[in-house]
Structures are given as C-alpha cells and as structure tokens.
Design a protein around this ligand. Structure first.
Ligand code: SD4
Length: 329
C-alpha cells in the first residue's frame, strides 16, 4: 500500500481521526507530493500544463494559473475565454477567480474582450487593494496593465447564438445539457485545485458562464466561497454547473467546512449537494446539474454531482486519472 493509498484509507475514517490526539492528527497532514485536479475530463490538457509547473517545484498558484489558461486560449472550448458562448446580447462576458494558500483572493466578473480573465483576476489579487472588479472597470484595469483587447466571438459561437435567438428561451438546464453535449467533444468551465511541493494549496476557476444569460449576469465561478474556496489548513473545493444554485449554498466553502469537520472530499461534495436538496426540495434539485470537486491537505481528492455524467481529471506522480463522479440522482 503506497502512502497516498494509506492516507486514503485513513480518509474514510476521518471522523475517528478528528477525535485523535494532536500528535496523531499531525500524521493526517503528511504531504503526498504535488497533485492537480480539474472539473471535466477534457481539462486533463490543462492539468498537464499545471503538472509541468508543479514538477519543476513551481507553486500551486502558478500551476493553477497557467493550467486554466489552456482552455481560456482554446477557441474550441465554448465555455471559457476565447470562443466562449456569448450572452443574449451577443457579448462574451468572462468570470474568473483565484485563491492562494495565504488567503489572498482576486476576481473579475463580466469582463469583455480579454482572453485570459484568470490573469486579470490574479493581478486584482496582487496589484490592487481590492478583491473583485467587474465589467467596464475590469476591462479598464486590464488595458491599463497591458492586456490586449480581442474579439472573443468565433464563427461557431456566433452560429450558436443566432440559433438561440430564434427561440430566445433562456433555460439554465438546457444550457447545462448543451454543455454536457459539448464536453463530449470539447471542454467546459474549469475549476482547478493544486498542491505543490511545499504542500501549499491554490485554486482557480474561469468561465464564460451560462450561455445566453442576461447581460451582466454573474454566476458562481468568480465568487470566492461559491465557485472556489481554499483553506491551506484543510483543503479546497471548486465546481461547475448552474451557478445560481451553487451561490445559494456557498458551495465550495460549504465543502471545505465539511472537510474541516471530518468528511472526506467525496463525502463533503455530496454534503453540499444535499444542502441544496434540503433547502429547495428534491423536485427543484432534480432539474439541476452541479458538479463539485475537492482536495484535502493529504492530497486525497473526490467529486460528486447532482445528476449523472460529471467527470474529474486528476494528475499526480501516479499519472493521469479520469474519475466519473457518483451522482445523487
Ligand atoms: C455559471 N457555473 O456561470 C457556471 C457555468 C458552468 O459549466 O459551470 N458551466 O453558472
């Protein structure tokens, strides 16, 4: 049994560990080497980029930053950055956030005409006294810092928008079905979490949001505590799906707190989904796709989704793994 597997076995009995004396608790925090995990199987390409950084002893922050830039620059990815599907007015508006192991955070929301929203979010974190900048202000800040204005629409995204305009019916679940169809071929909203060789954790999340949303609509992805949360003592979580519902339950923060109180990453993801069911009822939840992924300080990882077909990509010294999430329904 290797160290990671051994710690994983421990992970299944964490409620007992929570009651152990502190010298044994310290064992529960032993590092298992770098690891990166992402929402959705096709994001294994983004993980590979992040792994390059981690395997050179780079920081988890640089790893998640450079990792999520891969789908942001990919015009075939219709949920992130260049080529992301537009809102109902035909404008591509991007949401992104980043969080490091010291609790530093930065986010941009409804940012237009800049491919790498995550890089602007990181600059908000590192170069301003603020944590969130939105819309025109985010664009102005990006341009002042040397980012180039680019048209993010592609022939494919324009065609999809024109098709949507024929009915102009906004239904987030239809969008989610579209997303699931698309990820079979392409990629999707990316939430990424990593642990580096110093056993520090960081996370990033970037998206063009729900396709054909109202102009100015912001989902969970750039909201710290909803789309992403990192606590370097405990672990981190991120997710994908219908952002309105993830915000309602402060999804990622709820998961990290559940891990703090003894749940494994998988159990914690399930716990957050159950919170939505207890709040809004089963009939409501059955119509909603949400997929969460989580990583704890030991390098144990897990995922869970409300409906089937959610996947997670993992890259560590054990190689690449694709995990099909268990689902509530
Ligand atoms: C949002 N959570 O804007 C994002 C959308 C998403 O896969 O994850 N799509 O609500």
């Amino acid at each position: 049994m290797n160290r990671r597997k051994f710690v994983k076995v421990l992970g299944t009995v964490t409620p007992v560990i929570a009651a152990m004396p502190s010298e044994l608790m310290a064992f529960n925090k032993v590092a298992n080497g770098p690891i990166v995990i992402s929402t959705w199987e096709p994001n294994k390409k983004a993980n590979a980029e992040a792994w390059e950084v981690l395997s050179r002893q780079g920081s988890a922050l640089d790893a998640v930053h450079q990792g999520v830039m891969v789908p942001e620059a990919d015009p075939e990815d219709t949920s992130v950055g260049l080529g992301g599907f537009p809102d109902r007015d035909g404008k591509v508006t991007l949401d992104a956030c980043i969080m490091d192991h010291e609790g530093n955070i930065g986010a941009v929301m409804a940012l237009e005409e800049i491919v790498h929203a995550i890089s602007v979010a990181r600059l908000v974190m590192e170069k301003t006294p603020h944590v969130q900048i939105v819309g025109d202000g985010a664009l102005q800040f990006a341009l002042e810092n040397g980012f180039k204005r680019e048209n993010l629409l592609t022939p494919k995204s324009i065609e999809a928008w024109k098709n949507w305009l024929k009915k102009s019916n906004y239904n987030p679940m239809e969008t989610v079905e579209l997303i699931e169809e698309r990820i079979k071929k392409n990629h999707d909203t990316i939430g990424m979490l990593a642990i580096d060789s110093l056993n520090n954790i960081s996370g990033a999340c970037t998206t063009s949001g729900m396709a054909f949303k109202m102009h100015g609509r912001v989902g969970d992805s750039p909201i710290i505590g909803a789309g992403l949360y990192v606590d370097n003592e405990i672990g981190a979580a991120t997710g994908t799906g219908v952002g309105e519902e993830v915000v309602r339950i402060c999804g990622s923060h709820t998961i990290v707190e559940a891990m703090r109180y003894g749940k494994s990453p998988e159990e914690a993801c399930k716990h957050a989904l159950e919170r939505l069911i207890s709040m809004k009822g089963e009939n409501h939840a059955r119509k909603i796709q949400i997929g969460f992924i989580a990583l704890n300080k030991n390098g144990d990882y897990g995922c869970y989704s409300m409906l089937p077909n959610f996947t997670m990509a993992v890259h560590s010294q054990d190689g690449v793994q694709i995990i099909s999430a268990k689902s509530i329904f």
